[in-house]
Write a protein that binds this ligand. Structure first.
Ligand code: ZN
Ligand code: ZN
Length: 98
């Protein structure tokens, strides 16, 4: 038997549903396992993750690479301190990578 989760409104098997803290609303395991605080922390953690990459290039050897929050001092290829910031990576920029 499928029931509608009171929070995400998805059809979930009744056996996987549990009552929310109010004791009336049935919500799925997924919604139960994620408190508002945890949800916010997940978003925060996501922002700090290396997924927001900045693109750097070495002016000496021409090697280009991307890093997260930490700005590299040396080129990972030739180890010279000739790193320049190229651009923030965008989805459009990823195509040029190929
Ligand atoms: Zn749900
Ligand atoms: Zn280099």
């Amino acid at each position: 038997m499928l029931m509608k989760c009171g929070r995400c409104l998805q059809q979930v098997a009744l056996g996987e549903m549990k009552y929310a803290k109010d004791g009336r609303t049935l919500i799925c395991q997924k919604c139960r396992g994620l408190s508002v605080k945890e949800h916010l922390e997940k978003i925060k953690g996501h922002d700090a993750s290396p997924e927001t990459k900045t693109r750097y290039a070495c002016t000496d050897c021409g090697f280009s690479f991307s890093r997260g929050n930490i700005t590299p001092k040396r080129c990972p290829y030739c180890a010279k301190e000739t790193i320049v910031l190229q651009e923030k990576m965008s989805s459009a920029g990823l195509i040029d990578d190929a």
